[in-house]
Design a protein around this ligand. Structure first.
Ligand code: URA
Length: 250
């Protein structure tokens, strides 16, 4: 990787802002390969240099990818005038990295939301062209049946006339199902099921591509994606909805 100014490397690690990084350097708290750094303009390859702040390795990564179990009541944004944004749930170090949600979940929808600072990847995850399948667990009013499965498979017609791409419905009980969609229209799953006369009472996203929400994450918790999960986001495999676990509500 190319060499980068050390104050930028520190800021991109989330350990300090760029200004704070400059101050840490002045205090002599920053070392690179064992030698004290004297100026923020010194350059290093962040992938190979051993850079530390007060002895702690900076752990530089160009991009970060966070799987969060979003609670209801938070909006998929970085700022909002009325409601708390999901980024409020991140610790101070991650908040400095200016992560943003790749795609939107409604305020009341729970589950897997991806937070990243990689704009290209976010775009690919969201774009209907990439065909990434997202699976939701839904609880509805009314009784789901084979006609609903067929209607969604043919592409649901929403009440405003919008036609959706084909989606898959796996009925678990008469009032619960997994729904797999490849696009992200506004309130899509809620509107698709409402168009069948089965309004959604509870909605939780359980997977993106082949990456399933980690069942160990309680509501509001998060962790970094593994390398394998990162490539799984774009998996074109058709998930077997029959083997999905019913998510915990917590
Ligand atoms: N579909 C919805 O209706 N809401 C979401 O949050 C996501 C998909």
């Amino acid at each position: 990787m190319a060499e980068i100014r050390i104050d930028r490397i520190i800021a991109a690690s989330g350990l300090a802002s760029r200004r704070e990084a400059a101050s840490l350097i002045r205090q002599g708290a920053v070392t690179a390969n064992g030698a004290t750094v004297r100026s923020g303009s010194e350059k290093f390859d962040p992938e190979t240099a051993d850079i530390r702040v007060s002895g702690e390795p900076v752990g530089y990564r160009e991009h970060r990818y966070i799987m969060m179990n979003k609670p209801a009541g938070y909006v998929s944004a970085v700022t909002d005038r009325r409601d708390p944004p999901v980024t409020d749930l991140l610790d101070a170090r991650l908040r400095r990295l200016e992560l943003f949600p790749a795609g939107r979940l409604d305020k009341e929808t729970e589950g897997f939301i991806l937070l990243t600072n990689d704009g290209d990847l976010a775009h690919r995850v969201i774009s209907p062209k990439s065909g990434v399948e997202k699976v939701y667990y839904a609880e509805v009013e009314g009784v789901l049946n084979d006609t609903d499965i067929q209607a969604l498979a043919e592409g649901a017609k929403l009440r405003d006339g919008t036609r959706c791409l084909p989606a898959r419905l796996e009925i678990i009980t008469p009032g619960t199902a997994f729904v797999a969609v490849r696009e992200g229209k506004y309130h899509q799953v809620r509107r698709m099921l409402a168009s069948r006369g089965k309004p959604v009472k509870y909605l939780k996203r359980v997977s993106i591509g082949s990456v399933v929400l980690d069942g160990a994450l309680r509501s509001g918790e998060y962790r970094e994606l593994t390398e394998e999960e990162l490539s799984g986001l774009f998996s074109e495999e058709i998930a077997d909805l029959a083997v999905f676990q019913i998510p915990k509500k917590r």
